[in-house]
Write a protein that binds this ligand. Structure first.
Ligand SMILES: [Zn+2]
Ligand SMILES: [Zn+2]
Length: 444
């Protein structure tokens, strides 16, 4: 009896079309079914293994910001195989592809490509082959997920009701790659953009985010405090920059504690102090450096101004001179990441339909930075954490740790969420977008 039931089911399943996105599922009638169906597709062993392979290959060959030449080449080779058109180079190594009608609405999904300058300490078969470089922030997984989404979407291109823009971005780690992509003008008609980051602190098959400010805006500073060197036993013949630097460091901590609303989270950290070589010598100068963070650009600018005033003022009190560098050419002040309110509600619906509403969590704001914020200054955007935590894998170190590991079981979730957010966005907004024909950019 049991055997018969199984046989009947088997025959039925062979006769019925594969559980993919049949045309009806791309219509507004089947909206709530789309995310689950896309997850089923992303979890198919062939696609899963393919994404794992790509992720491991990128992991073995990590490249730093604006040097992602091989990563970019691999992405283009895969897009070529899929028959997906793209623009290259955008922002040095970036690749911007498109799938769909070539007409509005346009929705973008983004992955960052760069690794970090650190030595991998995880001993495994696919360990980084490049000494001193490691994918310790999971951007290798981000690329694999976006390619996975691209593959699924391309296979159902005829059903898409608009255009999906794939953004493979360089230099997220302090290089403002997102800003360079935007400056290249390739996202001009994009109506919305989505991005994700793997998260070791959130369980697998869960996502977390929030509406409004999510990641802090930030800046960096370095100051040289100059005095006059001399014998440590004769301080009255010297001008001591070490004492001045000590006062500067203490006073910098008074900015947040005494000048900022305690309910408005901000940080000033001095992470670098260099000066002096000997026990009995007062050095000529001391260099200090650090970072500052806040959840509005106004507060970031206010911190910057006060940091400069405090350093110069405190140095003067101790008869020293000071110069302050904010590296605005190499590392412009980065804006806070602010999630669009309506897209947050939209994300909750889509992710809830895929994972169950109880797996879509609220996440408190964090002081870390993420250059996805640049896109959101220009385009309504939404960014979320994708869970990876799994007790079977033991403790998972946080990003930027030399022991950072990816739970590859998260790859299908990332690919399916990218695809679902894009597909449903097109369906749900196509009625509302009515650009005049002459404004339609045929290249995207
Ligand atoms: Zn990172
Ligand atoms: Zn990252």
């Amino acid at each position: 009896m049991e055997f018969m039931r199984v046989s009947v089911l088997l025959v039925l399943s062979l006769l019925s079309p594969t559980p993919i996105l049949s045309d009806s599922c791309f219509s507004s009638n089947g909206l709530s079914e789309i995310p689950k169906k896309l997850l089923t597709l992303a979890q198919k062993p062939e696609l899963f293994d393919w994404m794992v392979g790509i992720r491991r290959k990128i992991h073995e060959n990590p490249e730093l910001g604006y040097e992602e030449f091989e990563t970019s080449k691999m992405i283009r080779a895969e897009l070529d195989k899929m028959g997906i058109a793209y623009k290259y180079p955008i922002a040095v190594t970036g690749v911007v592809g498109s799938i769909g009608t070539g007409k509005p609405p346009l929705v973008a999904i983004r992955a960052d490509m760069d690794a970090l300058a650190m030595q991998e300490m995880v001993e495994w078969e696919h360990k980084s082959k490049i000494p001193g470089k490691m994918h310790s922030c999971g951007h290798d997984a981000h690329v694999a997920m976006l390619l996975g989404a691209a593959k699924i979407l391309k296979e159902h291109e005829k059903d898409l009701q608009g255009t999906i823009v794939l953004v493979f971005q360089p230099a997220e780690e302090g290089g403002c790659g997102a800003k360079k992509i935007l400056d290249a003008g390739v996202l001009e008609n994009v109506n919305a953009i989505f991005g994700l980051h793997v998260a070791n602190h959130i369980p697998l098959a869960e996502v977390a985010s929030r509406s409004g400010p999510f990641f802090a805006g930030s800046g960096f500073f370095e100051a040289t405090i100059s005095g006059k060197g001399g014998h440590a036993a004769l301080p009255h013949h010297a001008v001591d920059p070490i004492l001045a630097a000590s006062n500067v460091v203490s006073s910098l901590q008074h900015i947040v504690s005494r000048e900022v609303d305690p309910l408005d989270s901000q940080v000033v950290t001095v992470g670098k102090v260099q000066g002096g070589e000997a026990f009995n010598v007062i050095p000529d100068s001391v260099t200090i450096g650090g970072t500052f963070r806040a959840f509005s650009m106004e507060s970031v600018l206010q911190l910057k101004q006060r940091i400069e005033e405090v350093i110069i003022g405190q140095a003067t009190v101790q008869r020293c001179n000071a110069t302050v560098n904010f590296f605005e050419d190499e590392k412009p002040l980065s804006p806070p990441l602010v999630n669009h309110e309506e897209l947050h509600a939209y994300f909750q619906n889509v992710a809830g339909d895929m994972l169950g509403a109880h797996k879509v969590k609220d996440h408190p704001p964090i002081m870390g930075g993420e250059d996805f914020a640049y896109y959101q200054e220009a385009i309504p955007g939404f960014f979320f954490f994708l869970g990876m935590k799994d007790e079977r894998l033991g403790y998972m170190d946080s990003p930027h740790s030399p022991y950072f590991r990816i739970n590859e079981d998260a790859l299908p979730y990332g690919a399916a969420l990218h695809a679902s957010l894009a597909v449903r966005y097109l369906i749900e907004t196509q009625q509302e977008v009515a650009l005049p024909k002459q404004e339609i950019r045929d290249e995207l």
